[in-house]
Design a protein around this ligand. Sequence first.
Ligand SMILES: Nc1ncnc2c1ncn2[C@@H]1O[C@H](COP(=O)(O)OP(=O)(O)O)[C@@H](O)[C@H]1O
Ligand SMILES: [Mg+2]
Length: 309
Amino acid sequence: MIPTAECSIWLRVAGRFDLTIGELSGQLWLKLSPSVLSADGRPGPRYHGFAHGSLSTGHRGRGRAILHGSNLVEIPRGSLVVPRFRSIPFGAELEQEVLSSGSRLVNSYREHRSIADLYSWVHLLEGLTAPAYGVEDIPRLPEGAYFLKGETNSKKADWFTSAFAPDREALLQVAFRLMADELIGSQKLVIRPFQDYRAIGEDVTGRPIFHERRAFYYRGRLLSEAHYWSGDEYGRPEPLQLESYAAIQAEAIGRVGELAPFLVVDYAEYEDGHWSVVELNDGPMAGLSENSPEALWAALNAAVDSEVI
Ligand SMILES: Nc1ncnc2c1ncn2[C@@H]1O[C@H](COP(=O)(O)OP(=O)(O)O)[C@@H](O)[C@H]1O
Ligand SMILES: [Mg+2]
């Protein structure tokens, strides 16, 4: 799900500057005046596709740029930094480093935490998403099927042993397994009633693949919306009821849009065509599902540009 050729940080440099873009031994480089920055432009279709969208090799002139790079110390002062895949486990330290170099993160560490901690938003979406329970609630949970995960990650790839519990007995087994897990064990356990989402296929292990969509927002404004599962393996069905999908998007972002500027909402469709929210994700850390990187970053840039600072 993580795009292979995306670098881990991109910056939106504040202000206007002179820039030249070139290519040397397969590396894309950008020269900015007055500051000079070399971007580790790993060649790859996504990278080139995106660079091409706003700037192209050989470009000389003045302008704004979205730059990819991975070296924090090279961030020009006054940049807006989107730390792709970088907030865990050193989010607080990352924020300090970026602030001390005179720039800021698109989502502060506090905003990142308010999304990463499911218990800080699930009540805001009451009625639009499945409720969530903690390990202390297990004794009072009714018989039924459940989905279990850590507050930030699930083990959905190990669906039948570490995510899906068909009944209460299995719930206990999956809970114990997750609490002993190397990755999930340090996260708060989340237990959610299993939802009858619309299945569009199953993976090689027999795990159901549900009809889900991923939407990126900046300050409540939709930037990009796409089919959740990458590739064509499971097809790309249309929502059964477009009005119902449009309605939940408006309602959900109205309730949680202020948690953090750069926010991702995942939606799933039920068998009967109505929609719900699966989870929220930190925009910087969210993988691109079928969302076009060119369209997403261009829309984010335009949204940031239109802000009155
Ligand atoms: N309550 C639920 N009922 C049924 N399936 C679910 C439920 N919650 C999540 N899923 C399925 O499991 C997948 C992973 O769950 P999610 O909460 O998004 O965890 P992750 O942090 O791994 O993305 C979802 O994309 C969806 O397909
Ligand atoms: Mg998810």
